[in-house]
Design a protein. Structure first.
Length: 76
């Protein structure tokens, strides 16, 4: 699941297991569905400080749709 910081300040999101996710203003990160059931995180979502979108997976994407592969730098 994708989660986006909607504030103008960096934010530290509490996650289960004593972990934290640090997000800058307007930045997006990924969390598990279990994390979205964590009460401290639910409070931030309800307050509008963070927003969840999609399921975070990259289904349907192929290497061809991701653009060209960069050339190796050290091959001669």
């Amino acid at each position: 699941m994708d989660i986006t910081n909607r504030t103008r300040k960096p934010i530290s999101l509490p996650l289960p297991g004593g972990k934290k996710l640090f997000l800058g203003p307007g930045k997006t990160g990924q969390v598990t569905a279990k994390a979205l059931e964590y009460k401290p995180l639910i409070k931030l979502i309800e307050a509008g400080d963070v927003e969840t979108t999609g399921d975070g997976s990259k289904r349907g994407r192929t290497s061809a749709s991701e653009g060209p592969t960069p050339a190796p730098q050290y091959m001669r």
